[in-house]
Structures are given as structure tokens and as C-alpha cells.
Design a protein. Structure first.
Lengths: 283, 190
């Protein structure tokens, strides 16, 4: 059994609840035990790095110091958290006395998508798939921080990444090539400048439709939320009619592996995926 | 740096400040505009990213710190990875936001820095972000009570919104951390 430390981050306890539930679900099926950091705090996200450099390092360091008390790798599903953790790791490695913290940059920080798309897990997924997603055509939407900047993420093909595509193919799905894999959705501007997010999301949805995808797959809770929840407003703006499900890669892993709670996770989306998945014979 | 650039730097305190705080060599910019061409939010900006760099070189402090651009930037890092001179423009935007908050120059976008300060206040109070509390507090400040109310109700019914914040016992550590970062260098308006 593989043991990992686990930092869910705030959104997985709220709007990205199904991401958290599906990560736990597929980890169970793959024989991975997750140890959630006790008393973890918010990483500070955009608001800390936009306003206060010290806080933007101190909040992640608090959590990384907790993780460093064990020998386990740290699994991080939210890319905003992952990005801030990697920034802090780099700063602390370069300037060990920067922060009044015991954190020394030793704990390996693994973004969930990177972790599950490693060759060993792809082989495991292929072997454990009970319901291959043969009929499903997906576009993989990586977004920004899972790949950029490569000096933090170590993703070599940061303009045209393929690791999520390979993961989808391991589950049997057909991953369609499209040019919008790493375009920004506007992220936290959704609260303050919803107009910008609607425009960016509208273009992503239009391009996914043009690529003839049945759904968009992502590993970022901001991307999922922005793409999933704004489809009706875009229609109201006269920007086209969309009903494209936006799913977490972990939900599709759960579907292929036959997890019994997959319907509960999929039931938490504003743009329901049920009809599409039934048509495809997957539910 | 050549002697010409050194003289320019001595006479330009804004440029020196941005160079020192960001650690980025923005003097290497030769205005190829690749940053602006790939920027997903350029349309909503009042200064394009390449123009921001030029204005910094000219020492136009208020123009840059009072711009919409520095708050509209979504930190997507597209500019940073495409710059042929390896200037981390997204990092410079962070530096500019920090300088803007300390400078007292009125922000070009009012609600974005306000949202950040409400967000940090929530972390200070609760250690974690409880989304509905955060949004209600922000709505109280902006008076936009009905924006996204329908969507909020939908998400509540989907089980995505918890009315009560989760139990958390690390409050002392978080408050101490905020105390340590407040003061010089801790720039957030709290």
C-alpha cells in the first residue's frame, strides 16, 4: 500500500467537493492511503501573492512544515495551492533563512494530475479498468498553473502537454487534440470581473464544441467551476448555447474503475453530465 | 548592465525599486510584444504588459501603479514563459501590486484589491476559506447582493456550499503568522 500525505485545500471542502471525494475514492481503489494534514490552513492563494509577499510564503510554509514531519510525499489536488507550495519550496531552498519556519524544502510536493499520470499508475489503471470509456471523446483542459511556469512544474511540454491525454487514453477514452489546452479561464477574477471570465470561458466552450468533445476534463477546481457554472449566462449573453459537462479527471478514473459512488460525485455539477454519459452507455 | 543603464538607474527611483523588489531584469525588454500578444486578458487592460515594462523604464510611477492592468493580470504566466529575454513579467505584476498597495495611489480597479483584503481577513479569522462567508462579506462591501444569487442557490442544492465553517484548531498559529508578517514588508491593507 502506498502512503501519501494529503493537503486538500479550501475549495475541496466546498465548491470542489466532488474533486476531493473522487480523489479519495480512486485512491482507495488503487491502494493509496491518504493522510490529511491535521490542522492545515489556507495557502493564501492569489490574494496573498497579489498583496503580501511574506504572507504568500509563510502560509504555505506552515503547511509544508507539517508535511515535512513525515517521510511521505505530499499530494496536492488544487493547482493554486500547488503553485504557491512550489514557489515557497524554491524560495526556501535558495534562501534557507528566509522564513522563521522549520520547513527546509525537503518534502516532495506532487500535484494530483502529475502523480496519477506517472507510468506506474497508468499501467495500474489499465489493469483495473472495469468499464473502459471507449465511447467517450474528451478534450483535456490543463489550464495555467498545472504546467506554467515550467521552472516550478517541471512540465517540459508546457505549451502542448500530453500527460492528461495519456491518462484519459489509459482509461479507454479518446482524447481529441485542440489548441486550448493551456489557455487561461480567468480564475479568481470570476468574483470581481465576471465579464472577463465569461468571455474566456465562452471561447473555451466554443472550441471544445468545435473539437466535437463530449466533455471537458480538468484537474483544477477554479477551471472546473468557471467552465461548469457560467454556461447559462453565456447563453443569456447571446454567446451560444452550451451544455458541455466539465469533469475532474479523477471522476472519469472513478467511472472507469467502477467506483460505486461515482454518481454522487457527478451529481454535484451545475451542467449535469448524466444525459451525455447515459447516451454513451457509461451510466 | 552598461554605464548608460547605470546612470539611468540612479535617476529613476521607480525603476530601481521594481528591479530590486522583483529581482527581474526588465531592462532586457526589447518590446517584441510577445507578452501582450499571448495575454488572455489584454483586452480588459488599460496598459498592455509590454507598455507596463516601458513605463517602468521611463519612471512613470503613478501611471503604472494606478493602472487597471496590474489588477486585471490573472497570473497565468503565459507572458513569463514566452518572453524571449526570460523576464518573469507575471512576477513583476506581483511586485507592482505590492508597491501599489504601499504607495497610496488609488487603484485602477477598486474591487479586486478589496476582494484580496477580504480574502486575507477570512484566513486570519478562520485559518481557512469558508467560501460562503467570504462571498457574503465581499457582497456587504460592494453592495452587489443579488449578483450570482441564483447560481449560489443552485450550488447549495448540489451540496457544494456548507453553511457552517469546518472545525479548525490551528487558529493560534495562523494569528501569530499574520502578526509576524504585518508591519514593514507586510503590505496588505488590514
Amino acid at each position: 500500500m502506498k502512503e501519501l500525505s494529503y493537503y486538500p485545500g479550501c475549495s475541496l471542502h466546498g465548491t470542489a467537493r466532488e474533486y476531493g471525494e473522487s480523489i479519495k475514492g480512486v485512491s482507495d481503489l488503487l491502494g493509496i492511503r491518504l493522510h490529511e494534514l491535521e490542522n492545515w490552513t489556507c495557502c493564501g492563494a492569489s490574494s496573498a501573492h497579489c498583496t503580501d509577499e511574506k504572507l504568500a510564503l509563510a502560509l504555505p510554509a506552515l503547511n509544508l512544515a507539517m508535511a515535512e514531519r513525515s517521510d511521505r510525499e505530499l499530494l496536492v489536488p488544487c493547482v493554486a495551492c500547488y503553485h504557491r507550495f512550489k514557489v515557497t519550496e524554491k524560495e526556501v531552498k535558495e534562501h534557507p533563512d528566509l522564513l522563521p519556519s522549520s520547513y527546509r524544502g525537503k518534502v516532495p510536493i506532487r500535484y494530483a494530475l502529475d502523480f496519477f499520470s506517472q507510468e506506474e499508475w497508468l499501467a495500474e489503471l489499465k489493469a483495473k479498468t472495469v468499464k473502459p470509456l471507449d465511447s467517450l471523446k474528451v478534450v483535456c483542459y490543463y489550464g495555467c498553473l498545472p504546467v506554467r511556469p515550467p521552472k516550478l512544474t517541471s512540465v517540459k511540454a508546457y505549451e502542448n502537454p500530453t500527460h492528461m491525454d495519456r491518462l484519459m487514453e489509459a482509461l479507454g477514452a479518446q482524447s481529441i487534440l485542440w489548441s486550448y489546452k493551456t489557455d487561461c479561464c480567468g480564475a479568481s477574477l470570476v468574483v470581481t470581473r465576471t465579464d472577463i471570465v465569461r468571455k474566456l470561458v465562452g471561447r473555451l466552450l466554443a472550441m471544445a464544441l468545435e473539437a466535437e468533445a463530449d466533455c471537458i476534463v480538468t484537474g483544477c477546481s477554479m477551471c472546473q467551476s468557471n467552465l461548469d457554472t457560467r454556461q447559462d449566462e453565456i447563453k443569456a449573453d447571446g454567446g451560444g448555447r452550451y451544455a458541455i459537462p466539465v469533469l475532474y479527471f479523477t471522476e472519469l478514473m472513478g467511472l472507469a474503475l467502477g467506483h460505486k459512488e461515482v454518481k454522487k460525485w457527478l451529481g454535484r455539477h451545475v451542467t449535469s453530465p448524466f444525459e451525455m454519459l447515459r447516451k454513451k452507455g457509461l451510466l | 548592465m552598461n554605464s548608460h543603464q547605470e546612470v539611468a538607474l540612479k535617476e529613476n527611483s521607480f525603476l530601481s525599486e521594481v528591479l530590486a523588489e522583483s529581482g527581474e531584469n526588465l531592462q532586457a525588454c526589447y518590446q517584441c510584444q510577445k507578452c501582450s500578444a499571448g495575454c488572455p486578458v489584454a483586452e480588459a487592460m488599460d496598459l498592455l504588459p509590454n507598455q507596463v515594462l516601458r513605463h517602468i523604464q521611463y519612471g512613470h510611477r503613478e501611471k503604472v501603479l494606478g493602472s487597471k492592468t496590474i489588477w486585471i493580470c490573472a497570473s497565468c504566466y503565459t507572458c513569463s514563459v514566452r518572453c524571449p529575454n526570460d523576464i518573469d513579467i507575471a512576477k513583476i505584476m506581483d511586485t507592482l501590486r505590492h508597491l501599489a498597495l504601499r504607495s497610496g495611489v488609488a487603484p485602477g480597479e477598486k474591487e479586486i484589491p478589496l476582494f484580496h483584503s477580504v480574502f486575507l481577513d477570512e484566513i486570519k479569522r478562520r485559518g481557512r476559506i469558508h467560501e460562503i462567508s467570504l462571498l457574503l462579506k465581499f457582497k456587504l462591501k460592494t453592495k452587489a447582493f443579488f449578483k450570482d444569487a441564483g447560481l449560489g442557490w443552485k450550488m447549495f442544492r448540489l451540496g457544494k456550499i456548507h453553511l457552517l465553517p469546518p472545525p479548525f484548531r490551528g487558529g493560534k498559529e495562523v494569528k501569530a503568522l499574520f502578526r509576524n508578517t504585518e508591519g514593514p514588508g507586510g503590505t496588505a491593507p488590514r
